[in-house]
Design a protein around this ligand. Structure first.
Ligand SMILES: [Cu+2]
Length: 289
């Protein structure tokens, strides 16, 4: 890789999003993993423009006032136009199969690590997946809040014990960084066994899940991602709530101070390396032609 490639703007704009359980941005947004799913296609259509990159759903200057800044019905997009398709109340976004009573290991991929606090919310039992997510759906307290968790293989690891739930739910993660002005938001779709399913880990869980149209499970130890391939029965276009005042939000093009520092360090580092190895690089480039 050349110094110029390493300094490409895309790097400086990269930050993070959960990959387990897979978030809607990780699934559908640019650089995502399940972008061909029907939900992602519908989300892209509703978005009316291409998605922002999957790790870049962030708002500057929130300072913990999530509920005042992010409007009800727009929690999954953070109210950002570049992600609004993710607010669609659909039951077929790629979801992760989970079990109540078990501890879920969350992997929050950090394309650029930042110090800060993660607040993990789970929708209440009353949550209706055919309606847009609101703050009231999440209750007042997070399942867990963790400051500066360990970074393992490029992802922050968080653990949350899951309370009793049935069917589709959302895990909403707020990452309020302290080393930049930004707060990151994400929706991860969860699929609990339907109500009345026997206890955790029994084969009945699999049987029940098989009722879902054409599910597909991964073979890794990570929770399986449920991929609904049929058309959803849920309404996909319920109107958004009345617009609310929202503070100016960051856009994809914004590069905050913390990232300038990262970019600056890269410039200095690569500058020194380039200076030291200039002769060698030039020779190699000639040989490569
Ligand atoms: Cu960042």
């Amino acid at each position: 890789m050349t110094a110029a490639a390493a300094l490409a703007p895309a790097r400086a704009e990269a930050h993070g999003s959960p990959t387990t359980p897979i978030s809607r941005t990780t699934a559908c947004a640019s650089g995502g993993q399940e972008t061909d799913s029907a939900a992602c296609e519908a989300a892209r259509k509703a978005n009316g423009r291409s998605f922002g990159t999957f790790d870049n759903l962030r708002i500057a200057g929130v300072n913990g006032k999530d509920r005042q800044v992010v409007p009800d019905g727009k929690l999954c997009s953070g109210g950002l136009a570049a992600f609004r398709g993710l607010d669609l109340p659909r039951n077929d976004f790629p979801a992760t199969k989970v079990t109540a009573g078990r501890t879920l290991t969350i992997r929050y991929r950090a394309t650029i690590p930042h110090a800060g606090e993660f607040r993990v919310f789970l929708t209440k039992p009353s949550y209706d997946p055919s309606r847009r997510l609101t703050w009231a759906d999440l209750g007042s307290k997070p399942l867990v809040a963790v400051t500066d968790p360990a970074l393992e293989d490029g992802a922050y690891e968080l653990k949350a014990k899951l309370p009793q739930r049935a069917g589709r739910h959302l895990l909403y993660i707020v990452w309020e960084t302290s080393s930049t002005p930004d707060t990151y938001y994400s929706c991860s779709d969860l699929s609990f066994p339907a109500a009345g399913t026997p206890a955790a880990g029994k084969p009945a869980v699999v049987t029940k899940a098989a009722k879902r149209p054409k599910t597909k499970t991964t073979t890794s130890a990570a929770p399986a991602i449920v991929k609904a391939t049929s058309k959803p029965s849920a309404v996909t276009t319920s109107p958004a709530p009345a617009p609310q005042a929202i503070q100016p939000v960051s856009d994809n093009s914004q590069v905050t101070l913390g990232h300038w520092i990262v970019a600056g360090a890269l410039v200095v580092g690569f500058g020194a390396a380039a200076w030291a190895g200039l002769g060698g690089i030039l020779r190699r480039r000639r040989e490569n032609r």
